[in-house]
Design a protein around this ligand. Structure first.
Ligand SMILES: NC(=O)c1ccc[n+]([C@@H]2O[C@H](COP(=O)([O-])OP(=O)(O)OC[C@H]3O[C@@H](n4cnc5c(N)ncnc54)[C@H](O)[C@@H]3O)[C@@H](O)[C@H]2O)c1
Length: 397
């Protein structure tokens, strides 16, 4: 009989993980509070770009995977993974409400000896101080009667090279036994598992990874402004510097950062650091530089057109990164708002996103005064722009 696994949260992280475990021979139950999403998945329609309809249908047909809206006390999964959002609240502080609720769900069905693994991004100390007490209360068990681990997700949507199976995974346990059990489980479908010395090390490593990206992306964005001012192509500079075989890692310019991780996770770190009385000046400055990038491109557009009032502008690509339909925290929203505030008439094209803010993707034509390339999806053809001037936020052409 197959070992049963529960994966709470079937989004960009939980669904690929659930399907990877199902393909490895586990009987996986995805759990998601979004009824529409559950119906969509169970009818074999993938809600995310990286997963095909065929993959879902095949795993459903072979009884390896099914999606549920909730679980009851008969749910007897040996391992429960938690992959729900950990956003910021309106005060820009960590919002753990989804996580608390999902952990409570897990606690209610947790059996003696069962393993719960948190995959969501959290601050150091959250698994030990927040998650474990909720599990104890909801299950009626004490912490030595079940196993708890933390294993931060490293999924990079639309990355064709680094996927679930070949991206090394960190795990840490409340106990050595929990860490080992989590490692044994993930080893069935992930090539390399590294055990960290403590839950807090694994939690903080995830915040370091994403803060590193935020700081370097903001640095290259500021650097791109300098290159533009002196009339050289930033991408030529990066290509030249990247020939150095050690001590350099290329990052590329853009309108800023977006998505559920890079703009959010460093603020989890900043909030934890503030509590600890440690400074996070790099993060604060990086955040500020990225937030200023849309205004910089509004000013560039203004300069190119000699004023924006009444000008027709097409913004190409509105998702937060190329080749995904995800518009969460997209910096393109601020770009469009800034252009409109300056009096431009703005349309946008993105056939992956299709509809956004009650507007539909407009076709690429030569009927505009300016086209701004914000997010260059691979499918986008620029030939229909004819002689329309182009402002490329990804560096000069
Ligand atoms: N998206 C990424 O690229 C990525 C990468 C690494 C880490 N992460 C982290 O992983 C976590 C999940 O992110 P995501 O991008 O998969 O989010 P998502 O929004 O794509 O998916 C989360 C899903 O959880 C469901 N959900 C919310 N509360 C629930 C509950 N109480 N019970 C059941 N289902 C519930 C939502 O309906 C949604 O479908 C976050 O902490 C994020 O920071 C995301």
């Amino acid at each position: 009989m197959k070992t049963k696994i529960g994966v709470i949260g079937q989004g960009y992280v939980g669904l690929p993980l659930a399907l990877a475990a199902a393909s490895a021979g586990f009987a996986v139950f995805g759990v998601d509070s979004d009824l529409e999403k559950v119906l969509q998945i169970n009818s074999g329609n993938s809600p995310i770009e990286d997963i095909s309809n065929e993959e879902i249908s095949l795993l459903i047909k072979t009884d390896s995977y099914r999606c549920l809206t909730h679980v009851d006390s008969t749910f007897d999964a040996e391992v429960i993974l938690i992959c729900v959002p950990t956003p910021l609240n309106s005060g820009h502080q960590p919002d753990l409400s989804y996580l608390r609720s999902a952990v409570e769900t897990a606690g209610k069905v947790l059996k003696q000896g069962g393993l719960v693994v948190i995959e969501s991004t959290i601050q150091p100390g959250t698994t030990r101080d927040v998650i474990v007490p909720i599990l104890e209360k909801a299950s009626g068990l004490s912490r030595d009667q079940f196993l708890v681990a933390y294993s931060p997700e490293r999924i990079d949507p639309a990355n064709k090279i680094w996927q679930v199976s070949n991206t090394p995974k960190l795990v840490a346990g409340l106990t050595d036994e929990a860490a080992q059990k989590a490692k044994d489980f993930y080893s069935k479908f992930i090539n390399q598992i590294d055990i960290c010395n403590s839950l807090e090390v694994a939690e903080t490593a995830k915040l370091l990874e994403n803060s590193f990206r935020l700081v370097n992306i903001s640095f290259i964005n500021e650097f791109a402004i300098f290159c533009q001012k002196i009339g050289i192509n930033i991408n030529d500079v990066i290509k030249a510097a990247a020939t150095k075989p050690y001590g350099f890692m290329p990052f590329y310019p853009s309108v800023g950062v977006g998505g559920h991780c890079i703009p959010v996770d460093p603020l989890y770190l900043a909030s934890a650091a503030k509590e600890a009385g440690a400074p996070t000046r790099f993060i604060d400055l990086a955040d500020q530089i990225n937030l200023e990038m849309p205004s910089y491109f509004v000013a560039r557009a203004d300069e190119i057109l000699g004023g924006l009032k009444g000008k027709k502008i097409l913004v190409i690509g509105v998702a937060y990164k190329p080749n995904v339909a995800d518009i969460r925290e997209t910096p393109v929203a601020a770009l469009i708002t800034g252009l409109k505030k300056s009096g431009a008439s703005v349309a946008w094209h993105d056939d992956l996103v299709k509809t956004w803010n009650n507007q539909s993707s407009a076709p690429v034509t030569d009927q505009y005064d300016l086209a701004i390339i914000a997010t260059p999806h691979d499918y986008i053809q620029l030939s229909n722009l004819g002689n329309t001037p182009i402002l490329n936020t990804r560096g000069s052409k």
